[in-house]
Design a protein around this ligand. Structure first.
Ligand code: ASP
Length: 309
C-alpha cells in the first residue's frame, strides 16, 4: 500500500501543562482525534488529499473549542468574520475567502472558490454573494455564540487592543485550525480556517486565507498550514518560505520548518507554529509557543494527538 498521512492543528499558544482541567484536556484531545480520524478515513477510502484536509478542517470548524467556524472569536462590532483557504499541491490550484459571516464551514466555501470560479480569493460582500448563489445556509449569530468568547471580547471591547486568541493566559481556547495530507496518489494539500483575533477591526485579515503566508501546497516541496500572530506570518510569507528553503536550499522538511519557526519568524517578533507534510509522508509539527493543539496519523501506525511541548 502506498503511504497515506495527515496532520492537523487547532492553534498554538500559551498552553501550559496543568492549566486545564483533565476533563477539558480530554475534550480537546477527543475533538482533535475525531477530526484526525475523519480526514484519515477519507484517505483510506481512496479520497484525495484535498478531500481529506477539507473534511478534517470541517470537523474542527464544527467544534466550539477552536477559533474557526462555530468557535470563532468576536470582532470589535460583536460579529464574527471568518477567513479560510485551501490549496492543491498537484495543480497549484487554490481558493480563499475572507471577512465572511454566518457560514458554518468557511473551508468549503474556499474550496468552492477554487473549484467553481476562475478566481482564487473572494472577500466580504462578494464572497457572501457567491455563497448565496451556491445556496449556502446562513447561520444565525446564535450558532456562533459562546460565553467564553463573548467574555474575552467584553474585556477588551472598549480598547484599541486586539487579541491573539492564543495569547490569553487565562483559558485554553486557542485559535485557527488547519490540516495537511498526503493521499495514495502521492499528492499533498493544505487547508486553514480561522475566526482571526478578538476585537479585530477595520476588516482586518490575517495570514490564514493568504496563499503563501498561512497556507501553501506544492507537490515539489511541501504542504503547510500555519497558526500564530498573523501580521508577522504575512510579513514572513511563512508557508512559502518553508517551501522555498526546501526548493532552493535543499533543506529537508524538518530543517526548513525549524529554520522558519525557531529562527526567522522569531527574529521579526512573531510567535506560533505550523504543520507540514511532504510527498514522502514526512510530517513536521513545529511551534515556538508553549503548546500547539495537534495530531498526526499515517499508514505506518502513527496515531497521535498532543497539546504541550
Ligand atoms: N493566524 C491567525 C490570524 O492572524 C490567528 C491564529 O492563528 O490564531 O488571523
Amino acid at each position: 500500500m502506498t503511504k497515506i498521512a495527515i496532520a492537523i492543528h487547532g492553534g498554538a499558544g500559551t498552553l501550559v501543562k496543568g492549566m486545564m482541567t483533565p476533563e477539558k484536556e480530554t475534550e480537546y484531545k477527543q475533538a482533535l482525534q475525531f477530526a484526525l480520524d475523519a480526514g484519515y478515513e477519507m484517505l483510506e477510502n481512496g479520497g484525495s488529499s484535498l478531500d481529506a484536509v477539507e473534511k478534517a478542517v470541517q470537523e474542527l470548524e464544527n467544534s466550539h473549542l477552536f477559533n474557526a467556524g462555530k468557535g470563532s472569536v468576536f470582532t470589535s462590532t460583536e460579529t464574527h468574520e471568518m477567513d479560510a483557504s485551501i490549496m492543491d499541491g498537484k495543480s497549484l490550484n487554490a481558493g480563499a475567502v475572507s471577512l465572511i459571516t454566518g457560514i458554518k464551514n468557511p473551508v468549503s466555501l474556499a474550496r468552492d472558490v477554487m473549484d467553481k470560479t476562475e478566481h482564487v480569493f473572494l472577500a466580504g460582500n462578494g464572497a457572501m454573494e457567491f455563497a448565496k448563489e451556491l445556496n449556502y445556509k446562513i447561520e444565525n449569530p446564535e450558532y456562533f455564540y459562546d460565553d467564553f468568547r463573548h467574555n474575552q471580547w467584553l474585556e477588551i471591547k472598549d480598547t484599541d487592543s486586539f487579541q491573539l486568541d492564543h495569547s490569553t493566559k487565562k483559558d485554553s481556547k486557542f485559535g485557527t485550525v488547519g490540516a495537511v495530507a498526503l493521499d495514495e496518489h502521492g499528492n499533498i494539500a493544505a487547508a486553514t480556517s480561522t475566526g482571526g483575533m478578538t476585537n479585530k477591526k477595520y476588516g482586518r485579515v490575517g495570514d490564514s486565507p493568504m496563499i503563501g503566508a498561512g497556507n501553501y501546497a506544492n507537490n515539489e516541496t511541501c504542504a503547510v498550514s500555519c497558526t500564530g500572530s498573523g501580521e508577522y506570518f504575512i510579513r514572513g510569507v511563512v508557508a512559502y518560505d518553508v517551501a522555498c528553503l526546501m526548493e532552493h536550499k535543499g533543506l529537508s522538511l524538518e530543517e526548513a520548518t525549524k529554520e522558519v519557526i525557531q529562527k526567522r519568524i522569531l527574529k521579526i517578533g512573531g510567535d506560533g507554529g505550523l504543520i507540514a507534510i511532504d510527498t514522502q509522508g514526512n510530517i513536521s509539527l513545529e511551534f515556538n509557543t508553549e503548546g500547539m493543539y495537534r495530531g498526526s496519523k499515517n499508514s505506518e501506525g502513527l496515531d497521535s494527538v498532543e497539546i504541550y511541548k
